[in-house]
Design a protein around this ligand. Sequence first.
Ligand code: GDP
Length: 513
Amino acid sequence: THFEQEVSEEELRERPPVVTIMGHVDHGKTSLLDSIRNTKVTDGEAGGITQHIGAYQVEVDGKKITFLDTPGHAAFTTMRARGAKVTDLAIIVVAADDGVMPQTVEAINHAKAAEVPIIVAINKMDKLSANPDRVMQELTEHGLVPEDWGGDTIFVPISALKGEGIDQLLEMILLVSEVGELKASPARSAIGTVIEAQLDKGRGSVATLLVQDGTLRVGDPIVVGHAYGRVRAMVNDLGRRVKDAGPSTPVEITGLNDVPQAGDRFVVFEDEKTARSVGESRAMTAIQAQRSEKQRVTLDNLFEQMSQGEMKELNLIVKADVQGTVEAMAASLMKIDVEGVNVKIIHTGAGAITESDITLAAASNAIVIGFNVRPDVNAKRAAEEEGVDIRLHRIIYKVIEEIEQAMKGMLDPEFEEKVVGQAEVRQTIRVSKVGTIAGSYVIEGKMVRDAGVRVIREGIVIFEGELDSLKRFKDDAKEVAKGYECGITIKNFNDIKEGDIIEAFVMEEVKRA
Ligand code: GDP
């Protein structure tokens, strides 16, 4: 197929690096993208109108650099989860007055998981409260050590607002990408990835493609995700019509029969007939199967891959209620060593499990471990869509045991906990001698009387114990189903508050195959 096109050494040419800018909100990602674009766009003419097509190129010392214009690691990892490796280099922006924040850490871990080199831009250096030393100190704790301190990470102080340090930053990007020896062969037919796409009233399906190898030409028969067609018109990042686009070039194209998704791959075919039949069969498979069972990121599947020698590392994401617990868990997990298979922790954090954790897990074949925390609504949906396994626990040794057992191929315990339902507390009533009654509304599954219960506040498990009483109006109830109200009291727990979630669970015997 075209993916395996033979390429001789002479055909290979240097190609521009593709750069993504990531970092905490408000640290200046958008300002930096704007600042670079405004000062350096590859256009000799003054007043050239730049067009937003999701990516742009600049030229420095006769060399080009491509920037993806969607800041943040969500887009980056969503693409990676879809199998596309687009970025060659990540710029992590840290505001000098604010320092390392949670999303900074997230961005670093996303970049590391993708094995993409990192350059740190310390932004807002114009501010009086700027403290670059503190930023460097804090980043050292996350494995980014400046060269002056014996490490190998490049730090560039900048002010996106004043346009200061931008030239140095661009030079460093070229320096780091030279080490990577980025090559492609412009002579072959094009392959690449969708950066963004939408339906335009007048023009139909409009897609921004990043050509990653080969040259894309107007008239090429092309399959893009489940869509296909012929490249009708092609526009570059300056809004100019172009006839061809080489490696690392972003272009907007029209001519597709449907709208592809960001992260979809594209391939050019010899003739339109082949493109059409491939396109149609792809559309069919896309409809039939989201992700095959075997591809789902479950502990079982990962173990299977490991036991067949396909994988030597078990990737984990660890989330817990407080930072201290996160660290304790990570430390214990890293010590696990079963027959040469290692545990690799690719991301940790305090607080509820988020969608970003799930996309990172899907992209990196990782399991998410939640300790005293729960996935939020978006994370739950994403985990179902992506088939990512979330293992929730309350006792550290149980986590360790489960992972160890999984690695030894003995996943199933004889009894397994099963969550039967969740109720939201709408009102609380204190009754002397009885305690606090939680007037609740069952939002999922059902509440059952002899169940174990957990109280979840803001995504964090704050209590685990037993249900004491379950009532419908004044009467005792055996169970109360979704959509109904009930009164709940919990043994030895009277601190229930409005907005809390009460989760009911039972222990079930697991039948072994
Ligand atoms: P993003 O959320 O990371 O994309 O951050 P923005 O680029 O939107 O910037 C957030 C705020 O910080 C805006 O009000 C910017 O004007 C401001 N800002 C960005 N860069 C600088 C800088 O270098 N110096 C100063 N003083 N402010 C900046």
